[in-house]
Design a protein around this ligand. Structure first.
Ligand code: XMP
Length: 475
């Protein structure tokens, strides 16, 4: 994966057997729109242009692109022909998202698919040049994988990117990079760092030490589950119970950003102390994924910026070299690798959980009593989601404790107690999210059990705001 504007020399270093030019937010008519190295078009290997990539190809090879004839959303590809659509039958649904279209094709090109609005939904030309106006890479194009697979056949590419091969390659690369060095890894209990712990354990055995800092802001049983699972798989794990230290530092703090800062600073203190105690180390391992790399590199057309850096600056302060074996992978690939390495299913499919933990789900000050209320409510909500088969259908689910008390009645008693918010969202990338349409019966059961079982709560509400304008978390 490299920027579409990379010079030819840089591209050729990778000995490509074919190239895919992806889509992007620009229009070929904008000044400064990204352009490929012009020498690329005469390379003797197949090239597939997707959306913007196709428009660029058409324009550069002498065809005509025009604005207008916009298509957004689902469309049906018809009159399929050519090598990209082999084995697909006569028509198939696809996902469109474009404003410009090809109105005249370069010499020697033919249209190989059309939609009701677009006679050039896909094109094929001489020397293995292909363009698709739709997006084969998204799940809304159900046969997209087959189309990409056909392109790989045209390229004569082998299919060596299997999970087993990735694991072997990653282990080999870690060996190369680390040599006889020692590695320190912080684990959070989430998918990425747990999987990384297993991978590094495979590659380096006892030369990697995984440190798990329990800041006391985790969910019920989360710490013990992870410690147990990784311990059973042989990982050299040091668990540090630092709950008292974190709670003391957070006492009386209500401001969300202040909470994050304090938690980040305490984390660094604990981690540095452990590094000194267990060291010396040569590397600090991090579970950085490809989307984080895109974000911080700001590649051409990469528009998503997020800034949740809980332990920013840690590697520099420790003076270790960074080891980031997952930096070319996406989350679903890490999840596959986790399966190969034997990570238990509960951890493999665990929703993401923020570094500052429950502290940013307690609106207002964090106290042991309020933590206990939130933890118990959260446990009930997640338990019900799992029981009713909804856990894996939502991207993230959580409970929030409000600083609001309201009047209720229980038995014959008037109550004046806290409010719990339940929130569940569906999302692809957490940059935007929709609230999950959970069944009313599920919500009713959760509200009923929380009010009955958790002392101090007499009201439960469900958050039906999307992101934007709200965020996933309440703080
Ligand atoms: P928001 O609330 O920004 O959340 O819509 C998007 C995703 O990011 C997670 N999140 C955090 N993760 N440190 C983290 O490691 C943080 O400070 C933080 N704040 C939000 C949130 O759980 C959701 O998955």
């Amino acid at each position: 994966l490299m920027p579409g504007t990379a010079p030819l020399e840089e591209i050729l270093q990778h000995n490509p057997v074919g190239l895919i030019l992806s889509g992007g937010p620009a229009s070929v008519f904008e000044p400064g729109a990204p352009r490929a190295d012009p020498r690329l078009w005469s390379l003797p290997i197949p090239i597939l242009g997707i959306c913007y990539g196709m428009q660029l190809m058409v324009q550069e090879l002498g065809g005509v692109v025009r604005p207008g004839r916009r298509e957004y959303g689902r469309a049906v590809l018809e009159h399929l022909s050519g090598r990209l659509f082999q084995g697909l039958g006569g028509e198939t649904p696809c996902w469109m998202s474009h404003g410009d279209s090809a109105v005249a094709l370069p010499q020697g090109f033919t249209a190989t698919a059309r939609t009701s609005d677009n006679p050039t939904a896909a094109i094929e030309g001489p020397q293995g040049r292909f363009g698709v106006q739709f997006h084969p890479e998204v799940t809304h194009t159900p046969r997209g994988r087959d189309i990409l697979s056909n392109f790989l056949d045209v390229c004569g590419s082998d299919r060596s990117w299997t999970t087993g091969n990735i694991v072997e390659t990653l282990i080999h690369d870690v060996h190369q990079q680390v040599g006889q060095g020692r590695v320190l890894l912080g684990i959070s209990g989430g998918l990425d760092s747990s999987t990384l712990a297993l991978l590094l354990h495979r590659a380096l055995g006892k030369r990697v030490v995984a440190v798990f800092v329990d800041h006391g802001l985790l969910r019920q049983d989360e710490a013990s589950e992870v410690i147990k699972a990784l311990g059973q798989l042989g990982v050299n794990l040091v668990a540090v119970d630092a709950a008292a230290q974190f709670l003391k530092a957070l006492a009386g703090v209500e401001d969300p950003e202040q909470k994050r800062k304090i938690i980040g600073a305490e984390f660094i203190k604990v981690f540095e102390a452990q590094a000194a105690r267990l060291g010396p180390f040569d590397f600090l391992a991090q579970g950085t994924l490809y989307p984080d790399v895109i974000e911080s590199a700001g590649g051409v057309g990469a528009a998503n910026i997020k800034s949740h850096h809980n332990v920013g600056g840690l590697p520099e302060r420790l003076g270790f070299r960074l080891l980031e074996p997952f930096r070319t992978l996406f989350k679903d690939e890490v999840r596959e690798i986790a399966g190969v390495l034997g990570l238990p299913e509960e951890i493999r499919w665990r929703h993401p959980f923020p570094g500052p933990g429950l502290a940013i789900r307690i609106v207002g000050a964090v106290t042991p009593e309020r933590l206990a209320i939130l933890r118990a409510s959260d446990r009930i909500f997640l338990e019900i989601l799992r029981q009713r088969g909804w856990y894996q259908q939502v991207s993230q689910a959580l409970a929030v404790l409000l600083p609001v008390r309201s009047v209720g009645v229980m038995g014959d008693q008037r109550t004046y107690a806290a409010t719990i918010v339940l929130r569940a969202v569906t999302t692809e990338d957490f940059m935007t999210a929709d609230w999950a349409r959970l069944p009313h019966e599920l919500l009713a059961e959760a509200a009923d059990r929380i009010v009955r079982e958790v002392k101090g709560v007499n009201r439960v509400v469900y958050d039906i705001t999307s992101k934007p304008p709200a965020t996933v978390e309440w703080e």
